[in-house]
Write a protein that binds this ligand. Structure first.
Ligand SMILES: *Cc1c(COP(=O)(O)O)cnc(C)c1O
Ligand SMILES: [Zn+2]
Length: 379
């Protein structure tokens, strides 16, 4: 196993804590091939395609999430529409799939402190797994983070550092920190072992169906990269004959990848003023963005954005299917409607949207409560 830069090809030893090359692009474990094995979890079944099986002491049942048919939306849109429900992971988002492998790797390297940069979900996930192994956890969050999200992080008792300035900047600052503080293992959105963990989303999908389209809410690019890598590896391993159309979905108020994709350019430029309800995917300068663009090109994928005013509508539609998801996830459903409308997604297509995170922690501005208050005696 080596870590190779996705852009310049420079390689680094796998026992380094590095996740960015000197050229600024992410490092990745080389593509592998293998066979599906027997086993009760996707970690076991796909151990050939993963760097290691996560430590039994760490696991809380991450992954192996249900794929649910969106009955009402399938009917209205005339498609076969399924939702990959990542909201049921131990800390309510897919982040746990990557955190467990990162934390395992930190343990292997003998580093006892773990750090991350987060708008909320990543911090919760890393703090939870850090708590499990009694490790010191350092999280850098934007100082305007919502109270609801902070509550979920605080219960795990990490060191929380609120930083003013944008999230994209925060990521690079953490990278510098990780080079100077050798006692902390930083796991960020594009960390190589995190990407390996995210591959399990795609492995599980293929066990149930090979869709025509997979819709992936995209911020820093880690989830997209994990899913794309898994499909490439499954194709090379002969498990699948073709790769579905992968769609990177962003919210219009912060869509640096989509803007660059539309211009046909290769290098992401910073999104100057992110302003979106989908705060979990508001990285204005995504570290994996250029790599997402390269993969979209190789795989003939699509990058698209969803107008802000449709985000709430999407959440309500998904709630009608029974699931409460974050604004960051609802865009993956609104994007389906948009592509269906343009007939890019044709009638009877099989489509899967990844519902990346639970709505229990999302704070949606402008939503009024419909609660009616009455006194007990009035009932
Ligand atoms: C982190 C996150 C994403 C985006 O993942 P990236 O790897 O940063 O692209 C999407 N939705 C939710 C809910 C998230 O927490
Ligand atoms: Zn490089």
């Amino acid at each position: 196993m080596t870590l190779t830069c996705v852009s310049c090809g420079k390689s680094f030893p796998v026992d380094s804590r590095r996740h960015i090359c000197s050229c600024g692009e992410p490092l990745e474990l080389d593509l592998v091939t293998g066979k599906v094995k027997e086993g009760s979890s996707s970690w076991r079944r796909y151990r050939d395609l993963l760097p290691f099986k996560p430590d039994q002491k760490l696991t809380m049942g991450e992954g192996d999430t249900p794929l649910i048919k969106a009955e009402a939306l399938s009917d209205t849109l005339d498609i076969n529409f399924h939702l990959k429900n990542e909201t049921v992971n131990p800390t309510w988002s897919f982040k746990d799939r990557g955190t467990i492998l990162s934390v395992h790797h930190a343990q292997d390297l003998g580093v006892s402190k773990i750090g991350t940069v987060s708008t909320g979900n990543m911090a919760t996930s890393v703090s939870a797994y850090g708590a499990r192994i009694d490790s010191e956890v350092w999280v850098l969050v934007p100082d305007d983070i919502s109270r609801k999200k902070l509550d979920q992080i605080e219960i795990y008792d990490p060191e929380i550092i609120g930083v003013s300035g944008d999230y994209g900047e925060l990521f690079y600052r953490a990278h510098e920190l990780s080079r100077t503080c050798t006692s902390i293992y930083f796991t960020n959105s594009n960390s190589p072992f995190r990407i390996e963990g995210y591959k399990t989303v795609a492995f599980e999908l293929v066990e149930e169906m090979i869709p025509d389209f997979v819709m992936i809410p995209t911020s820093s690019g880690g989830l997209f990269r994990g899913i794309a890598k898994a499909f490439l590896e499954m194709e090379r391993s002969g498990m699948i004959g073709h790769i579905p159309t992968l769609v990177a979905v962003q919210a219009e108020g912060c869509s640096p990848i989509v803007r660059t994709f539309r211009k046909g350019k290769k290098e992401i430029k910073r999104w100057e003023e992110p302003d979106t309800l989908a705060e979990a995917i508001a990285n204005p300068y995504p570290p994996g963005g250029n790599e997402v663009l390269r993969k979209l090109k190789v795989l003939d994928g699509i990058a698209m954005s969803v107008p802000e005013e449709r985000i709430i509508e999407g959440r309500k539609d998904i709630a009608r299917e029974g699931i409460s998801c974050q604004p960051a996830s609802s865009i993956a459903v609104e994007a389906v409607k948009i592509l269906r409308n343009k007939d890019v997604i044709e009638e009877n297509s099989t489509v899967i949207s990844v519902l990346t995170g639970s709505g229990t922690r999302s704070y949606t501005e402008g939503e009024s409560s419909d609660m009616i208050s009455v006194d007990l005696s009035e009932l």
